[in-house]
Design a protein around this ligand. Structure first.
Ligand code: ZN
Length: 483
């Protein structure tokens, strides 16, 4: 047995046969294959990734052409040229490939991912009416499938961390199903616990959130998951009663030390600005809160955000799609904690951080009539370390630095649309030319969850089939209730 095969065999033992089709077929409905890589503690195996062009995305380390990365016990142990090969290491030849931190999707809506394709851009088939109508007919299994599908699609495309704004928590069974999905999914995730639906005024089930928080160590899948609040402002900003509820939720999150996210957005002129002003006026901005969208934020509002130390997440694919305005990145030049979010593959259409970066680059250059308006390097920073900083996770993830979690992706440059590249800084290639299918391998907490362009531990075909039958049943139930 060659050293490489030996490494694979050892790794296979850790995964307990997760990558074999037989194991996937034997899996019960709605569950990942036995031994799915991400459940439980990070891997204890040793992996050596050799000869890659390494983009650390760390300001002092920069890029390391032809470098090796040693991963041990789920963390980056060393990063240098020609590292010695430890006995029993799983060796990955990454010559000619680029290794960079996994992307950070700092805001998404996983539970509705099987609604993709149902939005038809008419008043009746727009995002909110369709989502609200169908989500009222979700079962816990639908929630589980949506969030699992979203997370699996994320890792397949190079995203290793996601913040899931879980805002369709119909009851505690749905909440538990959502949590189970993220426990089973091969991704690092923050579950942001929210309301029953996007529009009802029912308060968040804070008692359940507190119960989860008390026993979070048992729920966190070995520390891979964190908990937060998916918080919303009142529909009517003058509704004093609604504010009482919102204030109580905000205070609970502060007391429990939970991170929170809040949307500041709208298609009605002045709506987003009024939301931002309400947050500032009520002194509700703080370092453990991320504002989402704020596409047209004024300078004074962004200055208040900086002063409070809050994070900001923009989601250009969906902001453009629903008409929240053009996401111009120059507007946020002074925002220290800025990241990108997919905001749900159902609305974005595709979980594709490459496409997101490209959209930002093209929008910025077109709007300013300036090809040099934004560098590809800056966009890659926002997609990795920027998102980690926005979420307050930058001590753990976002850059390839010894001691941090080994969350990374290997991008192979061997496709037609990447032809012609012959070394040097690959930033432009990644932003303007690369696609999710070029992500050949993805590692979360030291374990490969994708390798040789194959997802490990998941039967993708079965998952897609389950998602299809889930949305079919949801639509049938919705039609029966409201023909
Ligand atoms: Zn959102």
């Amino acid at each position: 047995m060659s050293r490489r095969d030996l490494g694979k065999a050892m790794y296979g033992a850790v995964l307990a046969g997760a990558s074999t089709d037989a194991a996937a077929e034997a899996t019960p409905k709605n569950a990942p294959a036995k031994g799915a890589p991400a459940k439980g503690a990070p891997g204890g195996n040793v992996t050596l990734i050799r000869g890659a062009y390494v983009m650390t995305m760390d300001a002092t380390r920069g890029d390391l052409p032809e470098a090796d990365i040693l991963v041990r016990d789920g963390r980056i142990a060393a990063l240098d040229r020609a590292l010695p090969v430890p006995a029993g290491a799983d060796i990955v030849d990454a010559a000619g490939a680029v290794v960079l931190p996994g992307f950070v999707d700092a805001h998404t809506h996983g539970s509705i991912s099987q609604m993709r394709g149902l939005y038809g851009n008419t008043p009746e088939t727009a995002f909110f009416p369709v989502t609200n109508r169908l989500s009222a007919h979700y079962t816990p299994e639908d929630t589980y499938l949506g969030m699992l599908l979203s997370a699996v699609e994320n890792v397949a495309s190079g995203i290793t961390t996601t913040a899931d704004f879980f805002d369709i928590v119909r009851d505690r069974d749905h909440a538990e199903a959502g949590l189970r999905a993220l426990q089973d999914a091969p991704i690092r995730a923050r579950l942001l616990y929210g309301m029953k639906s996007k529009t009802t005024a029912d308060p968040i089930d804070l008692a359940h959130v507190e119960e989860w928080q008390r026993g979070w160590a048992q729920r966190s899948a070995g520390g891979r998951l964190s908990l937060g609040l998916a918080w919303r402002l009142p529909q009517d900003l003058d509704d004093a009663q609604a504010w009482t509820i919102k204030q109580r939720e905000w205070e609970a999150a502060r007391r429990l030390g939970l991170p929170m996210q809040v949307h500041v957005s709208g298609t009605v002129p002045g709506r987003a600005a009024a939301m931002f002003d309400a947050l500032i006026g009520r002194r509700m901005l703080h370092p453990n809160l991320q504002v989402i969208h704020a596409t047209d934020a004024r300078d004074d509002q962004l200055a208040a955000l900086e002063e409070a130390g809050s994070g900001l997440v923009v989601t250009p694919l969906t902001e453009h799609r629903v008409g929240y305005g053009l996401t111009r990145i120059d507007r946020f030049a002074g925002t220290r904690r800025l990241g990108f979010g997919i905001d749900g593959s159902a609305l974005a259409g595709f979980t594709d951080m490459f496409a997101l970066m490209r959209l930002v680059a093209l929008t910025q250059a077109g709007a300013t009539r300036d090809e040099t308006a934004v560098s590809p390097r800056r966009l890659l920073e926002l997609a990795t370390v920027g998102g980690a900083r926005a979420l307050g996770l930058d001590a753990e993830i976002g850059a390839l630095v010894p001691g941090r979690a080994a969350d990374l992706q290997i991008v192979r440059l061997d496709a037609w649309h990447l032809a012609g590249f012959d070394g040097g800084d690959p930033s432009g290639l990644l932003v303007y030319s690369a696609r999710p299918e070029d992500v050949a391998a993805v590692m979360v907490g030291g374990r490969f969850v994708k390798r040789d362009r194959r997802l490990l531990g998941f039967d993708a075909a079965a998952l897609l089939g389950q998602a299809r039958s889930s949305i079919r049943s949801i639509r049938r139930r919705a039609l029966r209730a409201d023909p």
